[in-house]
Ligand binder design. Sequence first.
Ligand code: SF4
Length: 384
Amino acid sequence: MQVQPETTSTPKSLKGEPFDFWEQPAVIAPNNFKFKSLSNWAFNISVGCSHACRFCYVPSSSTVKQGPTLKKFNVEDPDEEWGDYSLLRPWDEKKFVSSLKKAELKPVSMLKPDGNRAVIFCSTTDAYQTFRASTPTKAKLLNSSAATLVRKALETIRDQSTLNVRILTRSPLAKRDFDLFKSFGKRLIFGMSLPTLRHDLSRIYEPKAPAPLKRLETLQAAKTYGLNIYVAMAPTYPECDEADLRATLAAIKKLNPITIFHEPINIRAENVARIKNHAKELGVSVNTAVFADRNAWRQYALNSLMLVQRLAAEFKLDHCLHLWPDSQLKSKNCFISLRDLKRAQTKLTTHEKHRHAEEDARYYEKEYLPWLNGWWQRISEWPR
Ligand code: SF4
């Protein structure tokens, strides 16, 4: 099906509010993923995201650069106000097709193979968010424009290219496009972020995103619909203990996903302050001690990654597990293995210290680095 050429310009009367239309149209652009094996390109429908995840890494990168322009929309601090603004990019058929052609013609030899020649919807926002505008009329316009934008982009990719598509969302609104997803056959995979099934934790860390059980139900619906699905347990929170991770993995196993991604929360820009402030507003305490310094974070991150790896093996899901260890875990300077921390609590002789240092150096080179590299080089599954 060919999409009719159309250009949606920004309505002048709607300028200047945090939920509004952005000036630049939505196009396909190369992404900046490192080690994630999610896609080669991204299609982002907006600047900002209404899900308001407190840990979100996006404000530390692309959005902050938009600071001066965001001021025109009454956004003073893009990081602190994250989740309270989302500026929808308009559809411009000509520009979109031009970006699509550029991606389509890129020789495979020049692409990172872990991207699976896919476009992700979305990497710095969510294609299925709700625009909470100041008036019902404006909200209706923004939400219907977003729905049209996503469908037009998908139809054009399907009909005018051979690229693959990866949908990653937190919202059941994606159900409205299941028919379109299905029409891609093996060229599209559908996934949701599902770090926990606990509603109480979700309210703290992802306050405006749909509840985890709604996401699980959407994944189940996608499976029943015949879509290829994957799940991102990302990021899991410091409070996600073994019982919680077990419950999440048990639910995911029933979905028979092609890949399960996992990562803990990484420290990015002001995200720890955002988590702390929000917990304070809610009057609840969260375990932010794990972000107190590099070693505390490292211990939480490694514990979390290794626990999920162990549980996935127990659930016989290790074949589709794809961990995302952060690149900062490579640093030898901050390398303290879990056994090192234990040792730090005991008094050691000089000889023992020397022996342990040698053992640690060997462990780092022969086991730890290959473990990290194994994940970083892993190519995530794609239906064949
Ligand atoms: S859904 Fe994604 S982009 Fe949106 S706030 Fe959450 S983590 Fe950030």
